[in-house]
Design a protein. Structure first.
Length: 71
């Protein structure tokens, strides 16, 4: 599921790209996939807990969005 999300979902694709290409401590591809899995699980848990639909604007906070855009 994580590989499909990396290929199809804009926010997850940005996160994966950031994790593999960041300046400080870039992750290897498999390490980045594991980190993305954790993010996907936290998103799913929050959606179920709050009984909400997926909203791409809520995936990352403002600070993380700036880091992703900068990388």
């Amino acid at each position: 599921m994580a590989l499909v999300m990396i290929a199809k979902n804009k926010e997850i694709k940005q996160l994966y790209g950031y994790l593999t290409k960041r300046k400080d401590n870039p992750l290897k591809k498999k390490q980045a996939v594991v980190a993305v899995i954790g993010k996907i699980l936290s998103i799913i848990f929050a959606l179920v807990k709050k009984d909400e639909k997926y909203d791409s604007t809520k995936v990352f906070n403002q600070e993380r969005q700036l880091e992703l855009v900068a990388a």
